[in-house]
Design a binder for this molecule. Structure first.
Ligand code: EPU
Length: 428
């Protein structure tokens, strides 16, 4: 077990290459199950979620070759093996195996998803969609059993705008008979990426990126080659880190349109931002101003950036209020920030940040992926050394975190935990 050490106070400058999007990758890999021949996915991030999903495909008979960036998946020998436990529990996105296996085999058994603990994360809208397509869905001893004689297109209205439900229903519907319409669909760029790979396989999908998606089922899907979009949340995290500690940082391999809401808020704080085709340049003034932020579904401010931006706002002059309308319990980073000297209170769904705190290095624990990102941002700003445990969360989503930060001039390294530290981490 390791901890991440950050000696704070060193300004960031230089350029950084953004990796392929985690939240696309975790849907594109299951999508490959639907094809009858080899699917190649390029520009995958080297993160543990990708490796876990590749192993899941192997568990059900898929043949996978992966060089750390390109994955070739031959799904021709995949069989609908039940996946009730084990690896499937370690990441939430394993729920995409439900839609993909149901679409291909009309049956699946998948353990209820794990992943980051952000409060209750129901999957009722996924199930509503599968049932509308004709599947019988039961929950037995912590696993979801799905079975359909046939899948028939249906009109499905999502009661909650959900990224996962929109993608999962698309995966199940692409081979259903007739037309499926998803109303009140989510519009995140990762959904467009999934629709793009499915279309390259031969699926017929229209309206992705709007709130009504129409899918006309086809009998067969073929292999294809697909290159994944850049990770807007990774880019956003480094933009926030640059706003916290940067002199001038250039982000390469970014789609600036995907980051409009973050850029608007950073500009309000006084950060200077220039964009080009696939680049964003950030230059930070010596002082930044407080802002209020509300997370919303895309194209609103991403909930995944709420935690890192809360860390940034501890250095702003004045009081900021950050409200998370997507997850009501995504505030487990706040106690850790306060340990470092921040002044943040949680009231309901909002974090109230009294700014201009001088953060001090401390021993802190990442409780989930983006809480980890928030602690990294705080560690970069803090005086002295910050020690972050819970790295398994950070490693699920950030490729080469230390290397990228070192390239920008940060002082970061990993150390092995002593046995007494391991006991402390386990009991906390
Ligand atoms: N919801 C329901 N019922 C459902 C599905 C969702 O009530 O059936 C609620 C959720 O509880 C939440 C809201 O709807 O309050 C939105 O959830 P959504 O389904 O959109 O989230 P998700 O698909 O589970 C993905 C990302 C998350 C990201 C959210 C919101 C992946 C693998 N995960 O989760 O990413 O926060 O969308 O944008 O794509 C992360 O990357 O750190 C992360 C947690």
């Amino acid at each position: 077990m390791q901890k991440l050490m950050i000696e704070g106070g060193h300004p960031l400058h230089g350029s950084i290459h953004i990796s392929g999007a985690k939240n696309s990758a975790v849907a594109l890999i299951p999508a490959a199950v639907l094809a009858d021949s080899v699917v190649s996915i390029e520009n995958l991030p080297t993160i543990s979620d990708v490796e876990t999903l590749a192993s899941l495909l192997e568990d059900i008979g898929g043949s996978v070759s992966y060089d750390g960036s390109k994955m070739d998946i031959d799904p021709s020998s995949i069989v609908p093996t039940p996946l009730p436990n084990g690896r499937v529990k370690s990441l939430r996105a394993s729920y995409y195996m439900m839609g993909a296996m149901l679409g291909k085999f009309k049956q699946a058994v998948i353990g209820l998803p794990g992943g980051c603990n952000l409060g209750p994360r129901p999957i009722d809208q996924h199930i509503k969609g599968f049932e509308a397509l004709g599947a019988k869905v039961t929950n037995e001893q912590g696993a979801i059993y799905l079975h359909a004689e046939r899948l028939t297109g249906a009109r499905i209205y999502l009661d909650v705008v959900s990224v996962g439900a929109t993608i999962n229903i698309m995966l199940a519907a692409v081979k259903a008979e007739g037309r499926t319409t998803i109303e009140n669909a989510a519009k995140e760029p990762e959904i467009i990426d999934v629709a793009t790979i499915l279309s390259s396989m031969g699926a017929k999908i229209k309206g992705v990126g709007t709130d009504i998606i129409r899918i006309d089922g086809v009998e067969q899907l073929n292999g294809c080659v697909h290159s994944i979009i850049p990770d807007r949340i990774e880019a956003g995290t480094y933009m926030i880190a640059s706003a916290a500690m940067g002199r001038e940082v250039m982000m390469n391999n970014v789609i600036p349109d995907h980051l409009e809401s973050l850029m608007a808020k950073l500009r309000e704080m006084g950060v200077s931002i220039e964009t080009a085709d696939e680049q964003v340049r950030i230059a930070t003034p010596s002082e930044i101003t407080s802002v209020d932020i509300k997370t919303l579904v895309y194209p609103g401010f991403a909930t995944d950036l709420q935690q890192p931006v809360t860390a940034l706002l501890t250095r702003a002059g004045g009081t900021s209020v950050v409200t998370d309308t997507i997850y009501n319990a995504r505030f487990r980073h706040v106690d850790e920030l306060n340990r470092m000297g921040a002044d943040v209170k949680v009231e309901g769904r909002s974090a109230i940040i009294n700014g201009r705190s001088s953060l001090q290095g401390a021993k802190v624990k990442a409780s989930d992926l983006r809480a980890g990102a928030a602690l990294v941002v705080a560690g970069l700003m803090a005086e002295g050394v910050t020690e972050i445990t819970g790295l398994e969360h950070i490693d699920r989503g950030y490729e080469d975190l230390e290397e990228k930060l070192l390239d920008l001039g940060a002082r970061v390294w990993r150390e092995e935990l002593t046995s007494s530290e391991i006991q402390q981490v386990k009991s906390s």
